[in-house]
Design a protein around this ligand. Sequence first.
Ligand SMILES: NC(=O)c1ccc[n+]([C@@H]2O[C@H](COP(=O)([O-])OP(=O)(O)OC[C@H]3O[C@@H](n4cnc5c(N)ncnc54)[C@H](O)[C@@H]3O)[C@@H](O)[C@H]2O)c1
Length: 253
Amino acid sequence: MSRLAGKAVLVTGAATGIGRATAEYLHAEGARVFGIGLDGDEGRAVYAGKGPGPVFRETDLTDSDAVKSAVTDLMERFNRLDAVINCAGIYATGKRLEQLTDAEWERTIAINLTAIFKVCRETLPLLRAAGGGSVVNIASVHADATVPGVPAYAASKAGVVGLSRQMALDYAVDHIRVNAVLVGSVATRMTLDGLEAAGGAEALGLSFDSNRIARIADPREIATAIGFLMSDEASFVTGSAMQVDGGMLARLL
Ligand SMILES: NC(=O)c1ccc[n+]([C@@H]2O[C@H](COP(=O)([O-])OP(=O)(O)OC[C@H]3O[C@@H](n4cnc5c(N)ncnc54)[C@H](O)[C@@H]3O)[C@@H](O)[C@H]2O)c1
């Protein structure tokens, strides 16, 4: 029997990068996956032909009604929900605080932090109705230590850790575990675009020396950690911020 057989899981940001790798990993482990996010063409192509179960629905997570309607669709198909993986996010670099417009600040917070609030507001009652469940929120090493020029991103990811902790406390009574993941550098569109915009790894503050795992991660290396936190194998893990960063945060200088 597959490890996650029977689990119904919602994954956000599921068309690309870490969300996509996670959706594929959970599907391979037997879970029924409902992916939502932008990049609909990529999402539908990824999910096509994977047999019964995995579904992708294009959803803008800044739109409360769209989130609500996606969750209704999920319940009509799966009739239960066991876990929620919040992966969607954007990265914005190259500006100090005083250079940010209201719209730039609000967009990053809306997608990286408020979207988790909107998704969880719809789904926590469903996890409770299932007798309990698990939420995994994708934060970043930027929650704990940062690089110059990413004020909204760093604030949003620190917010994700704070919100995850709060949810862990408030929903333990409902047997719902909530954890965050502090992700390091991963080979996804976000990193590749960020490197290009900043003009290379050094300008972005990235160094890959032998004091840590000296490479960028494959998204599947994040997916397996998410899968562990989501699964019953992590039955005593809640309120944690798990580093999956190749040792990045271990280094002071
Ligand atoms: N790549 C890295 O090095 C890295 C490092 C730390 C944390 N993270 C985090 O991992 C998560 C996934 O990022 P990724 O690296 O896979 O990049 P990615 O760009 O491939 O994935 C981001 C996903 O978010 C979705 N998204 C963006 N705006 C949305 C919106 N309004 N509504 C719905 N979906 C929306 C996109 O469609 C995309 O699928 C993000 O939260 C990111 O902050 C990534």
